[in-house]
Design a protein around this ligand. Structure first.
Ligand SMILES: Nc1ncnc2c1ncn2[C@@H]1O[C@H](COP(=O)(O)OS(=O)(=O)O)[C@@H](OP(=O)(O)O)[C@H]1O
Ligand SMILES: [Mg+2]
Ligand SMILES: [Mg+2]
Ligand SMILES: [Mg+2]
Length: 404
């Protein structure tokens, strides 16, 4: 607990020591969200409005996924605004989990199951109710149930009878599916970037749908991500409006709208072909990705801009709209990537024209259960730059291995 709280505290006073450009990016992604959005600011007019697409095959699933993630985001925002010490617990692997992680998972699970009735509802999700069923967690569970009920009621479109504590536990435990290569499976990270959430920084509610092992739709709700794109490193006003909802369906492109419901606009990845002009994203937490390796690769590519470190799959969302050109992720040895940390982000980027692969150049395989079985790391960029990036990654990995 002490570690969690001190991490959260340190995060709050953190000022990036690198260049002014990075500081601006860091400021933009980190501090702007903490300030109240100014509702009188109008949004940029949409670049392309979306035509009602009645021919899409996952339309109903997508609409329900967007609704579920938006409501879960509402719950998370409420908790983040008044984060109480008692809301944070440590899981058995020492990673943090909050009432918002559980509440978000219960809301999404409940809405998907209720609105898309199916005999074979399957959800692969990060959290389970094990710790919440313990005697000492009774108060926490009651608080989660209250949050879930308030969130469902705030939707206002239908009469939902109040959920009991047991209903909430059941909804959370619907997420125990093993996934796999047959049939349909929802894949949920109820809060991706819990550490970012605790710091008041970036986090995402990430929901994907697998059909026969392939991701066919994805939704990323990023409550603290500024709506205005940051391409070109322009200075951003503290009054920037935050709260983005990215969504993609296979074969139909990626769109973004504000979490409070603006007209969606089509987004595309950066078209930068020259690595020197690229900027790159990586994990905020050094424990999640080898920053020294990415800096070696960036040097090899003559990338001038310093890394932009933000938490969660908000990186995939930001990349899908061209805020940066490259995302690199190299976990420490032995870490196994989970499918919920990448499924939604992956389709959001690929439908925007990007490529997501492992360090050997293979596409990510979501059909093998709860884990991704991949070679070394994950790299993401546009189609033109991928061969150059892949070459630099493989050379750097070789050099690193031979220097050990
Ligand atoms: N050791 C290690 N290595 C690699 N990845 C790890 C590790 N530990 C955790 N995680 C997972 O990282 C998820 C957070 O995503 P990011 O790494 O993009 O966020 S961050 O920028 O570092 O905050 C985070 O997701 P959440 O648990 O949903 O927050 C984890 O699944
Ligand atoms: Mg995660
Ligand atoms: Mg999570
Ligand atoms: Mg977690």
């Amino acid at each position: 607990m002490a570690i969690i709280l001190s991490t959260a505290l340190l995060g709050c006073i953190y000022v990036h020591p690198l260049t002014r450009i990075l500081y601006l990016d860091h400021y933009y992604y980190t501090y702007a969200p903490k300030l109240k959005s100014i509702s009188s600011l109008s949004l940029k007019p949409p670049r392309n409005s979306v035509r009602a697409a009645s021919i899409m095959s996952y339309d109903k699933e997508l609409a329900t996924a967007k609704k579920a993630c938006s409501l879960a985001a509402r719950l998370c925002q409420k908790v983040q605004r008044a984060l109480l010490q008692s809301d944070v617990q440590s899981k058995s692997d020492k990673s943090p989990v909050t009432v918002a992680d559980y509440g978000s998972q219960a809301v999404v699970s409940f809405i998907l199951e209720k609105e898309l009735p199916s005999r074979s509802f399957s959800l692969v999700a990060e959290e389970d109710s094990g710790d919440l069923r313990k005697e000492e967690s009774q108060e926490t569970l009651q608080r989660i149930t209250k949050l879930v009920n308030e969130t469902l009621a705030s939707d206002g479109t239908e009469n939902v009878s109040l959920l009991s504590d047991e209903d909430v536990l059941t909804a959370i435990d619907s997420g125990k599916s093993e996934g796999g290569s047959f049939g349909q499976h929802w894949v949920l990270d109820p809060i991706d970037g819990t550490k970012g959430f605790l710091r008041g920084d970036q986090y995402a509610i990430a929901l994907g749908l697998l059909d026969e092992g392939k991701v066919v739709l994805g939704v990323l709700a990023c409550p603290n991500l500024p709506l205005q794109t940051s391409a070109g490193h322009v200075q951003h006003n503290v009054q920037d409006k935050v709260g983005c909802l990215f969504f993609a369906q296979v074969g139909t492109g990626t769109y973004m709208q504000s979490l409070d419901g603006s007209q969606p606009t089509k987004v595309d990845v950066s078209s930068t072909e020259n690595a020197e002009d690229a900027s790159f994203f990586e994990s905020f937490e050094a424990a999640h990705s080898l920053h020294d390796l990415t800096s070696m690769i960036a040097k090899k590519l003559s990338i001038k801009a310093p890394p932009v470190r933000i938490d969660s799959q908000a990186k995939y969302g930001a990349l899908s709209r061209g805020d940066g050109t490259i995302y690199m992720r190299f976990p420490h040895r032995g870490y196994r990537e989970k499918i919920w940390d990448h499924a939604a982000g992956c389709i959001v980027v690929t439908e925007a024209g990007g490529v997501v692969s492992d360090a050997a150049g293979n596409p990510l395989d979501f059909s093998r259960g709860r884990y991704l079985d991949l070679d070394t790391g994950i790299i993401v960029t546009n189609q033109k730059l991928m061969p150059t990036l892949l070459k630099a990654v493989q050379e750097s990995l070789k050099e690193k291995a031979s220097s050990l």
